[in-house]
Design a protein around this ligand. Structure first.
Ligand SMILES: Cc1ncc(COP(=O)(O)O)c(C=O)c1O
Length: 376
């Protein structure tokens, strides 16, 4: 058999081994997706589009109606200056991230990523022969800008940030985002800004996109999407926007990779953008489960949690239990029947476990009780 290129040897698959559906009696705190159904008006719009026969090829970057609506919304919410012609609808934010790396870097280039970071970044860089360089964060998982500066070499081309952050829940402050833009300007770097959780912010400071700051827009690719805010993970609808030249390259990636997202989902995505009431309802529920979790975790021997500032993840320090995070996650599943993700699956995450609190209150309450009984 011909050989598979070496770069696939040991290429990670993120959290996949710990996302396997567990037996029914297990409390599942692992899945990074909203526990809600997709809003009914969105589902109905997709069905209507199917009934109208919208099942044929369409405009590559996405219907101009949807790109216009997305552009208006991201400009209004985050002060971006996008135009419909520089917005592309992608098969999930994941694909938007992959395109962002493809159009900003060559194989061998270095990509700075504050760690802990979502493991897909590492995997995608590996697919493209790009070298991820992880930079430090502080005790609240906010970026250490000095370390970021020190990590720059002649091969550095890009900084990737994700705020609000998966897995830590950190929301970078406006000053930190400004600092990252300053570094990028100083060293003529691209910024890839994964803002998929931007509508889920619990901090006193707002979400700030580097693309909204002076000199930021010309070097930032903003990635967002419909999965997390609108409970549409399976629809696979992401968004990429950035400077015109970069987007021309991104359009070429999509034209050659998958043409466009499903035609009948685009009118449904348009309807999703009118569903602020659902987004607000989902956020209220996340705030409830977040409070339940935060209030309880510190009372459990050996566990410590800094209040997550955004997204729907809590990154719990388990070092006080004397176990490694892998041992903790494996034993929690076996003995307490609670499924968690061990932090050492990701760079900089050792000693922690990730919990998704995008689940029902009853599951949070039951999981806490089980951990209390187990560790108490
Ligand atoms: C930080 C981050 N970015 C991007 C994505 C991908 O989102 P999508 O479902 O739109 O591909 C995820 C999904 O878990 C995520 O956590």
């Amino acid at each position: 058999m011909p050989s598979v290129p070496n770069r696939f040897n040991g290429l990670g698959v993120g959290f996949a081994p710990y996302l396997v559906p567990p037996p029914e009696d297990v409390v599942r705190w692992t899945v990074g997706e909203p526990g809600f159904d997709t809003p009914r008006p969105v589902v109905d719009a997709a069905i209507d589009a199917l009934n109208r026969g919208e099942t044929h090829y369409s405009r590559g970057p996405g219907s101009i109606e949807l790109c216009t609506k997305v552009s208006e919304q991201i400009n209004r919410l985050w002060g971006l200056q996008s135009i419909p012609e520089t917005v592309m609808i992608t098969p999930g934010a994941k694909q938007a991230l992959l395109y962002s790396m493809m159009i900003t870097m060559e194989p061998g280039d270095e990509l700075l990523i504050p760690a802990p970071a979502w493991p897909t970044y590492d995997g995608q860089a590996g697919l493209l022969g790009i070298q991820p360089v992880f930079t430090a964060t502080d005790e609240n998982f906010h970026p250490d800008l000095e370390d970021m500066r020190k990590s720059i070499t002649e091969k550095t081309r890009c900084i990737l940030i994700n705020s609000p952050n998966n897995p830590t829940g950190a929301v970078y402050t406006p000053n930190e985002i400004q600092g990252i833009v300053d570094i990028a300007v100083e060293h003529d770097l691209w910024i890839i800004s994964d803002e998929i959780y931007a509508r889920l912010v619990w901090s006193d400071w707002p979400h700030v996109s580097p693309a909204s700051l002076p000199y930021g827009a010309e070097r930032t690719l903003v990635v967002t999407g419909f999965s997390k805010s609108f409970a549409m993970t399976g629809c696979r609808l992401g968004v990429l926007t950035g400077p015109k030249e970069a987007m021309t390259a991104a359009f070429a990636c999509q034209a050659n990779a998958n043409s466009h997202v499903p035609t009948f989902l685009m009118p449904a995505a348009e309807i999703a953008l009118n569903q602020d009431n659902y987004v607000e309802e989902f956020c209220e529920q996340y705030l409830k489960t977040r409070t339940l979790l935060c209030d309880a975790i510190d009372e459990i021997p050996g566990l410590r949690l800094r209040s997550p500032e955004g997204a729907f993840y809590a990154f719990i320090d388990i070092t006080g239990t004397g176990m490694s995070d892998i041992e903790f996650a494996d034993k929690a599943l076996e003995e307490a029947r609670v499924q968690l993700i061990p932090g050492s699956l990701i760079q900089g995450g050792a000693g922690h476990v990730r919990v998704s609190y995008a689940t029902e209150e009853s599951q949070i309450i039951e999981g806490i009780q089980r951990l209390k009984n187990w560790l108490g």
